[in-house]
Design a protein around this ligand. Sequence first.
Ligand SMILES: [Fe+2]
Length: 282
Amino acid sequence: MTDLRDIIAQIDLLEPVPPVAAQILALADDPNSSLTEISELIIHDPALTANLLKICNSAFFSLSRRIDSVRDAISLVGLDQIVELVLFNSLSSNFNKELVGYGLGERELWRHAVSSAHVAAMLADRFGASQTKHLIFTAALIKDIGKLILGRFVAFSYEQINILVHSKGQSFNDAEHAIIGMNHEELGALVAKRWNFSEKLIYVMRHHHLSDESARQDLETVLVYLADLICMMMGVCTGADGLSYRFYSDVLNQLSLNGNDLQGIIAEAGKNQQQVEVLLAL
Ligand SMILES: [Fe+2]
């Protein structure tokens, strides 16, 4: 088995999320915070401000007038979009490399992450979780970040993992844990902890494949799981492990979702995917 210290040591090689992103996220989900507090945080980070204004003035938003200030950006583009853009700006550089162990080319995990996050936000609105939408969006965006580190360890042990998945019927993450000693959910939660994300965000990342039965009672975790599943069903960069996770039909019952509803959600997500592709090309 791999020495887990070798794996954990690599967390420090990731480009850390700047504290300002975690602070903005906390404020965005705090009903007592004000837009002024959020814009104050952003303007104290000149690089972030410049990037935000550049994207807000791009063809993606097609606004009728030029945006020259963060305050303007928040009022015209909306807080949800600004939080999304702050997270994209802070995280995307980590996702540039190819992940051989997971059969994902350059940026494919990022495409899956961004798509999952958009589907998760859509589900949050639909299933009465608007208040924690930013947390759900962020969890869906970074849930697989452990793969960035674990990829080469998985590549090295792929045959053994594959035997457990295909001959013993184990899920991919159980097989990862059995062979490597850690799976991408566990490692992702450690990354989130190192970056000082909230306990709740760490929990959702740690359980996003719902292997632990108790997590199936947690709405935020269930919605992130479902968003991941929908992206897999849409074939958005599924990777080598994509079809080797469990499907828990009781989760659909819990949300009072039948097969037709699910198909409707997938169709809507498919339409939104075009917008995601434009965002990815910025
Ligand atoms: Fe995952």
